[in-house]
Design a protein around this ligand. Sequence first.
Ligand SMILES: [Mg+2]
Length: 196
Amino acid sequence: MQKYEKIRIGEALFLDRDGVINRRIDGGYVSTPDELELLPHATESIARLSHFFRHIFVVTNQQGIGKGLMSEDDLLAVHAKMTAAIEQAGGRLDHIYHCPALKEAHDFCRKPNIGMALQARRDHPGLRLKDCVMIGDAVTDMMFGRRCGMQTILVGEWPEIATQQPQLVDFCFPSLLEVAEDVEQQIETSQPAVNH
Ligand SMILES: [Mg+2]
């Protein structure tokens, strides 16, 4: 890990959703806006990171739809609430990509496959995936980022993944807040000294 000195700011930030922006429901799905519990400082951190990336995308596997446990409209309602909270904090999301397919389907859009990244590039011609950063809390997020040539940042309860699959992970942070702090510090320390 820590193969790079700095987080590659400028192009686009790809964010996983569950466990990064909102609390993950183990063994279940966030199927209504009421079930969406944003993680502490998540919206504020996205707002702070919004200054440093041309685009902010969410890429999220939502096989609860494929299982028939929730509908596309349910998901849109959840995402409307999440987007509103982020915008209220001063941040933005350019697009939320989701994959409804079942894990067993091995669909190209489902992480760790890279379909959602290619969709983002179709929607934003000129997007350089190799200059992008992927933030997630699961090994599949890290694989997705690697396959796209992105830098990868693991957040949350990461020790197991980071120690077992260190080749997939460039940086580890407890949460988005520490990522935002690191990026801001990087900018501050790169400012040339003012000569009087
Ligand atoms: Mg996740």
